[in-house]
Design a protein around this ligand. Sequence first.
Ligand code: COA
Ligand code: AMP
Length: 629
Amino acid sequence: MSYAEVYERSIADPDGFWMQAAEAIDWDRRPSKALFDEHAPLYEWYADGLVNGCWNAVDRHVQAGHGDRVAIIHDSPVTHTKHEITYAELQVRVASLAGALQAKGVTKGDRVIIYMPMVPEALEAMLACARLGAIHSVVFGGFAANELAVRIDDCTPKCIIAASCGIEPGRVVQYKPLLDGALALAEHQPEFCVILQREQQVAHLEEGRDVDWHAFQYGTRPADCVPVEGNHPAYILYTSGTTGQPKGVVRHTGGHLVALNWSMRYLYDMNPGEVFWAASDVGWVVGHSYICYAPLVFGCTTIVFEGKPVGTPDAGTFWRVIQDHRVKCLFTAPTAFRAIKRDDPQGALVEDYDLSSLQSLFLAGERADPDTIQWAMDKLGVPVIDHWWQTETGWAICGNPMGVEPLPVKIGSPCVPMPGYDVQILDEAGHPMPDGELGAIAIKLPLPPGTLPTLWQAEARYRKAYLEHFPGYYETGDAGYKDADGYLYIMARTDDVINVAGHRLSTGAMEEVLAGHPEVAECAVIGVTDALKGQLPMGFLCLNKGSNHTADQVVADCVKLVRDKIGPVAAFKLAVVVDRLPKTRSGKILRATMVKIADGADFKMPATIDDPAILDEIAVALRTLGYGK
Ligand code: COA
Ligand code: AMP
């Protein structure tokens, strides 16, 4: 079948399309239908089926005789170690961990927070939760204690599973003190914490609360898989919203298994037994979908890579991993390639490795700039596929369906909609825009399986944030256009989300932190263009009248404050003190204009500006940071 036929069928007959796709999943009870639209505009998939995520990711492959196949490869240049775990071994490890959790009272529906670096145990913890029907929520290690505390209070976990430490180039990140700090801040307290002691930094265990990962499994019975309803939440993954309160994206079990499994064959063109490598982090959606669940559900080998594209030890690391493990498909963020290209512009290190196994490179998480795509195509000699998606959708909205029919690559476009995504470009009033014209990107409801049905215990916020602006549609928060061939182009966010090294951050959340500084009367944070990370946050601070603090002092405090409250991942290092912020006559801060000035781009003076002279003051301040014209 051609892409057009596949896509048309998914839109014309969603139930038929997705029931057929569901046949690739092992159900304990087959669902009676795919789409449950009784509560539109809230939709669910496979709601009356019974299924287990861990069974599908692990046990069924062992049962089918593939127990000796490698499930997980841990490749860790930061610890100079590599090891492999077969499906049979994974089954034993996960059943044992799940058994120990069960013995301590974790059951279906309980929440479990996972705060771990890139070690296989992070996947094992996720799968152990799935085995029991417990709902995991993985928190990225680069977040500060405060962010962890916010998530603890929102999803009220019965248990937290953490590692003693993570390893960043040049430093050991002590996770345990961050966890202890978060628990001191949080109102909700888990019943217990499971700590994986790593040899690089053994943590103190709090008697009565903390248990050792290995010791607590001793003598417990391995757990069986607990079937859950198709609409039972597999996990909650928090992502940046417009305030300091992150949004808890919920993922239902049935749809997530079906859609991810479909994508492995038809989007990424994989076969069971082949090696898939998503160079991301388990704390992000890419890690959930394509380090953990999709490759395992589909029966591939997945790589847990604990390192960076450069500096661990050099810009040839990615090529070494591809060669050593015969990677067929690599998925990463464009920023990783920009980092490699910066260190090795000629791609000389590529020559040192055998990359014959590699068939495609997929990029996502941020805009893929044409230079980077071209460089990657030239150096690797494989198709470089940009694809576009979000934490909310869990898998690609647009991409090039390499396993159906590879479509011509148009550099700058993440290609065409995946099955079930009826992508439309709308004007402010919600009318479809002609081809080639920029508008808000919205998806006609229902979204396909695997996408978010709601936000964790925040249905009203879900409706307000995604469904209300364009009734009958899901609002993506991205703006862009479609060309005459139906290819999509993603141009900008329509909200305050910025993308720093493929990490999604909210400038609003950073403004909340800065406003908490006692000397800051008013502030604004914008995302400025950065050659390596895509965007970087930059803060503008207005001090209280009569403040006797120096500007340098306040800037240094603010940089520290954001690192302490949000975390190093925010990469907030640029800030400047100004007298006033440019605003409209109704008092709205003109952030978009400030971005244009910082990027040295041409801009039109906003008609509603209150005092144009402030823009000159902003330009002067920006020059002190080396930005603007
Ligand atoms: N735990 C603790 N700290 C972490 C962390 C983790 N898991 N991940 C990142 N950090 C810290 C870094 O050490 C750094 O701290 P610093 O300010 O003390 O140097 C800070 O957070 C920013 O990290 P990062 O954005 O990763 O920048 P970097 O300079 O360390 O590396 C790149 C730059 C481009 C090499 C890196 O961002 C990268 O590999 N990006 C790939 C993007 C990606 O995987 N995105 C996921 C979506 S697909
Ligand atoms: P996240 O939820 O962290 O995956 O971030 C999702 C956001 O990243 C999207 O809404 C886009 O703004 C941006 N994004 C992801 N993939 C792409 C892409 N291929 N091209 C442009 N922007 C992208």
